[in-house]
Design a protein around this ligand. Structure first.
Ligand SMILES: Nc1nc2c(c(=O)[nH]1)N[C@H]1C(S)=C(S)[C@@H](COP(=O)(O)O)O[C@H]1N2
Ligand SMILES: [Mo]
Length: 313
């Protein structure tokens, strides 16, 4: 592994606090792009992205549902806990460390990692392992573009992700009843991470991410169950072996590393053949059939050619 000593990290990658403030003022005035607001208070700020052809034409789930029916166990295990409790999370300043098997390991200030001009809007179908789904207009950049800046080495085979640990602001990380081991961790095979559908999101519905949706930076992998979309990311590591993942650690029989949406592979306790689209007529609405790879089979099935998806679930 190539280790770059700290003094070789360009000064431009390390942002002193005074520069955060200046850059925030600058960006706030910059054409209403609003990425500077990623540094700002918890309130959402406008964020624009060119509409990507990867978007689905399906009707987006109402914003009120997208931002009030969430899983974010750092704030509790109930669907309404994140919206009720995540307001306390400080997302400014925010740094993301990219390390491991890369030629250029570095700590990036968020605003240096994500360039406003690179933002795209991607309307994706999302499917939770629990059997519900949404259609969400994300704003973000392809993960591949961010990884390229760190220059992955040939030995890198997987990408490991880590969420914030901050018990003072995350009530689910305090006390006796901890639902998961912290930090929340996730992983992708390198080819999955580099796939053009794989997004690092900083916003939704034309605004910066609400805290409950994973502010200020979260992963979106639309052909996998929702739990692969790790929120509030602080570290991205290029590694040689398959990374540990939170739900697999918690219950390896029920949650595998791949977790591709697959109507033919049931969860041990329930079927995955159908789903309930949130916002569509409540509990009594007709369930929709779940599609192979959540409807993204044309784009991603090739990643798994020859693999037995029953054993690699
Ligand atoms: N850090 C962290 N990331 C997380 C989770 C979590 O508990 N902690 N929950 C996951 C699960 S189970 C789902 S379904 C999605 C939900 O994302 P959403 O609330 O934006 O729809 O986030 C995923 N990312
Ligand atoms: Mo989920």
């Amino acid at each position: 592994m190539l280790i770059v000593p700290p003094r070789e990290i360009p000064a431009s990658e390390i942002t002193p606090p005074s520069a955060y403030l200046r850059r925030r003022e600058f960006l706030a005035g910059a054409a209403g792009l609003g990425l500077g607001a990623l540094l700002g208070p918890a309130a959402a700020a406008p964020l624009a992205g060119a509409k990507s052809p990867f978007s689905t034409n399906e009707t987006p789930t109402p914003r009120a549902d997208v931002t009030s029916y969430n899983n974010f166990y750092e704030f509790g295990g109930g669907k309404s806990d994140p919206a009720a409790r995540a307001g306390s999370l400080t997302t400014s300043p925010w740094t993301v460390e990219i390390d491991g098997l890369v030629a250029k390991p570095a700590k990036y200030a968020l605003e240096d990692l994500i360039r406003p001009s690179a933002l795209e809007e991607r309307v994706y179908r999302m499917r939770c392992v629990e059997g519900w789904s949404m259609v969400i207009p994300w704003i973000g950049v392809p993960l591949a573009a961010v990884l390229a800046r760190a220059e992955p080495l040939g030995a890198a085979k997987y990408v490991a992700f880590e969420s914030l640990v901050r018990p003072q602001e995350m009530p689910g990380q305090k006390g006796l009843l901890q639902l998961l081991p912290w930090p929340y961790v996730e992983g992708l095979r390198l080819d999955e991470a580099l796939h053009p559908l794989t997004l690092l999101a900083v916003g939704l519905y034309g605004e910066t991410l609400p805290n409950q949706n994973g502010a200020p930076l979260r992963l979106v992998v639309p052909w996998k169950y929702g739990f692969k979309g790790i929120k509030s990311i602080v570290r991205i590591s290029l590694v040689e072996t398959e990374p540990k993942t939170s739900w697999n650690l918690q219950n390896p029989r029920e949650y595998g590393f791949y977790s591709n949406v697959n109507p033919r592979v049931d969860h041990p306790r329930w079927s995955q053949a159908t789903e309930r689209r949130i916002g569509e007529g409540g509990l009594f609405a007709r369930r929709r059939p779940t599609l192979m790879f959540n409807g993204y089979a044309d784009q991603v099935a090739g990643l798994y050619a020859g693999m037995d998806l029953g054993s690699y679930f």
